[in-house]
Design a protein around this ligand. Structure first.
Ligand code: NI
Length: 166
């Protein structure tokens, strides 16, 4: 495994609509391992393939958020099937370094996708894991958490962020 450079705003790859993964090739398996390693070293709660420059529908979520196996979660072509309720929670993003803000998300989600063996996997989750799924799937649609801020907070963000490496 090896780490991959994480793209930060305003890299245009972060704004692309990612393409579905059609086949689970060796390259996809290797990419998944590299994404997990990259995520762990960067202390991220999750990572989506566009963040390492590949506009593909593939996400990784940190092991500490996996209530069952305590292993990193890799999901190919993930979708949100159902959502329940809403709550505010603080978020950050490896592609928006140094910025954290509260964002409203669904409290509970049912997420579905495919694992690296080609099996359909379902996650009924809430709290941090539900938030991570929503955040990472947004990345596949070119959406960043800063897009979800109120107009006032967006302005504050722009002022704070101007002049940084973005
Ligand atoms: Ni992110």
């Amino acid at each position: 495994m090896s780490t991959i450079d994480i793209r930060v705003i305003p890299d245009p790859v972060l704004r692309k609509l990612a393409k579905p993964v059609e086949n689970i090739t060796d390259a996809i398996v290797k990419l998944s391992g590299d994404m997990v390693e990259t995520m762990i070293l960067a202390h991220g709660a999750g990572l989506a393939a566009p963040q390492v420059g590949l506009p593909l529908r593939l996400i990784a979520i940190d092991a500490s958020l996996n209530p069952v196996e305590k292993e990193p979660i890799i999901v190919i072509n993930p979708v949100i099937v159902e959502t329940h309720l809403e709550e505010n929670g603080e978020e950050g993003c490896l592609s928006v370094p140094g910025y954290y803000e509260y964002v409203k998300r669904a409290k509970k989600v049912h997420a579905r996708g495919t694992d690296l063996k080609g099996n359909t996997i379902d996650f009924e989750c809430e709290g941090q894991l539900a938030r991570a799924f929503q955040h990472e799937i947004d990345h596949l649609n070119g959406v960043l958490f800063i897009d979800l801020l109120s107009p006032i907070k967006k302005n504050i963000f722009k002022k704070k962020y101007t002049g940084k490496k973005a």
